[in-house]
Design a protein around this ligand. Structure first.
Ligand SMILES: *Cc1c(COP(=O)(O)O)cnc(C)c1O
Length: 572
């Protein structure tokens, strides 16, 4: 059964989606983590649903980075080289932006995302690496999140201002809604205002000018972590944008002598949302009571389902590729079929782990997956608070093995040290628990891990996990989560039905973060509930796996999310 496609009167683009990173596919390294993967899943679902969208991002010729880890777990970064021409179509047109008074030429590369019914969403990847530009300007679209604040603001000029000009240049002239995926794209709103001011012959924006931009813009904020909100000193802004633009309407963005990209986006957007219900509450407080709605993230179901589960769903849940809600009937799939599909998916992971790291993993042993960006608030080492307790659990309750993956930002010293601490714990547990680290976490590794593990572990320090999406990928593949009650898990968690909480109080609420209490809770759940169920009551475990698919897979997907954006944000 197909639900009707979302259709519109005009076939031309009516929604523009701007994102600094978009995870198009594994081999195109233009993403760093959750934000980019979500952006990719968003355009994939827009294509499936026939939403008239076009997307803008930067081409990031040298990617985020290629990760190498030495024997001590110290991370080194190399440029992630890829051949654009193998994946993208070059467009002939050029647009220009002003950076520090220089004219910088921009070209676009196009990639079409084709949905299940054949509808296409074009992605335009902007590129300044042209012989007409100065050597430095050519590098502006090289590295995702590379360089310093000055490099970043120049990238954001290309994304927001250059992006809008490119959309106009390729002829998408009936766009009614502009979606800024995170504050990086907020210069888009400034450029929309500038278009309006030019048309009206105004210097200072009137209330009506602001309203004309406001009603067209949608802004999604993605993190409560301060580093995720770009601020640029005003003298840098004047230098890069010029006095005219920088000084024209400072009340729209200035705070404490800096341009705050989040404020700019907030002030010029009619609809503002966080990425989970809990996150919307946190963001409302952060933005002094500004109304922040919730549109909980999802993942693109077909992209993140392993081949064996795809086959299983094709057999038992026909129509699921076009309609993610079909997954709700997963309860009716025979247990033995779920077990077989998971076994095959797990073998795939274990063989990969053994080939890559020579870790000697065993398919019959309970496997815990943990993959995320290495940042201190994600608390990668919570699991290693009490090495002796872990050892005891493995010895007396049941064996387990743990696979990690994730990159630290090249400038994040504490994050890189965290990575080394994982290596130290791995050595300390050597004879009792097999632990391995897969280098170079990307979409492919993400899919292997989320689908092949028996348990997905997540231990962020609340309330800093805005949503998290890897646990949603796991749920789609019948893999339950053991997670702190933060982000999406507040909504997805039903104890002993879809997985387990860490550190909840007797009312099922997350408490103030406390590493020791959270680690104790984690060990108790493993020791008393999860491992005994896995080894001694496999049917109960498989029931939980089916609930993961039917209750969470059917809901935490980008198809449901896109419906919400269309109805609540784009056309309300
Ligand atoms: C899904 C994914 C993420 C985001 O997952 P979180 O749960 O937010 O950590 C990050 N990186 C990659 C490569 C992914 O596939």
């Amino acid at each position: 059964m197909h639900r009707p496609e979302v259709t519109f009167m005009s076939s031309d683009r009516r929604i523009a989606y701007f994102s600094m990173e978009i995870g198009l596919e594994t081999a195109i390294p233009t993403y760093s983590g959750g934000l980019g993967v979500l952006a990719g899943d968003t355009v994939r679902s827009a294509a499936d649903l026939g939403v008239p969208m076009a997307a803008i991002t930067l081409v990031h010729r040298k990617g985020y980075f290629f990760q190498r880890l030495d024997e001590s777990g110290w991370q080194r970064e190399e440029p992630a080289l890829w051949v654009l021409e193998d994946f993208l179509e070059e467009l002939p047109g050029r647009v220009q932006v002003d950076i520090e008074g220089r004219v910088v030429q921009i070209r676009a590369w196009k990639k079409d995302i084709v949905g299940v019914t054949g509808h296409v969403v074009p992605i335009y990847l902007l590129d300044t690496d042209l012989p007409e530009n100065s050597d430095w300007d050519r590098t502006v679209t090289h590295y995702l999140y590379g360089g310093d604040a000055h490099y970043r603001i120049c990238q954001e000029v290309v994304l927001g201002i250059g992006g809008l000009r490119m959309l106009r240049a390729v002829g998408h002239d009936s766009i009614e809604r502009f979606h800024m995926n995170e504050g990086h794209a907020a210069f888009l709103a400034l450029e929309l205002l500038d278009e309006r001011l030019k048309a009206e012959n105004h210097v200072e924006a009137s209330a009506a000018d602001i309203e004309s931009v406001h009603k067209r813009c949608v802004f999604t904020t993605h993190t409560p972590v301060p580093a995720g909100h770009d601020k640029f000193p005003m003298d840098m802004v004047r230098h890069v944008l010029g006095d005219k633009r920088a000084l024209a309407n400072p009340r729209l963005f200035e705070s404490d002598g800096a341009l705050n990209m989040t404020y700019l986006a907030l002030n010029l957007s009619r609809f503002v949302n966080g990425v989970a219900k809990r996150h919307a509450e946190v963001a409302t407080q952060m933005f002094s009571g500004r109304r922040v709605e919730a549109v909980t993230n999802g993942v693109h179901a077909v992209t993140w389902t392993s081949p064996s589960f795809q086959e299983l769903f094709d057999k038992h849940l026909p129509g699921w590729r076009a309609d993610s809600l079909s997954l709700r009937a997963a309860e009716s799939i025979p247990r033995s079929d779920v077990l077989t599909a998971h076994r095959r998916t797990k073998e795939y992971l274990i063989h990969h782990v053994n080939r890559e790291t020579n870790a000697g993993f065993d398919v019959d042993i309970f496997t815990i997956g943990f993959a995320r960006r290495v940042a201190t608030y994600k608390r990668h080492t919570l699991l290693f608070q009490d090495i002796e307790w872990l050892r005891q659990i493995a010895k007396t309750v049941g064996a387990f093995q743990i696979v990690f993956a994730g990159k630290a930002h090249p400038h994040d010293q504490p994050g890189k040290e965290l990575l080394q601490q994982i290596y130290q714990a791995k050595n300390a547990l050597r004879d009792h628990v097999r632990i391995t680290y897969l280098e170079n976490y990307d979409m492919e590794v993400g899919k292997l891990l989320t689908s092949g593990a028996d348990l997905w572990l997540n231990t962020p320090r609340p309330p800093l996990e805005a949503s998290g999406t890897s646990g949603m990928k796991a749920a789609l593949n019948g893999v339950p989560s053991l997670s702190i009650l933060d982000g999406w898990w507040v909504e997805g968690w039903i104890e002993n039905i879809t997985g387990w909480a860490i550190g909840e109080d007797e009312h099922g609420m997350a408490q103030a973060p406390d590493d020791t209490r959270d680690a104790t809770s984690l060990y108790r759940k493993l020791e008393n509930v999860i491992l005994p169920m896995y080894y001694h009551d496999r049917n109960a475990y498989i029931d939980i796996m089916r609930h993961c698919i039917s209750i969470n897979g059917s809901f935490f997907n980008t198809q449901r999310m896109m419906h919400e954006y269309v109805l609540k944000a784009y056309f309300r």
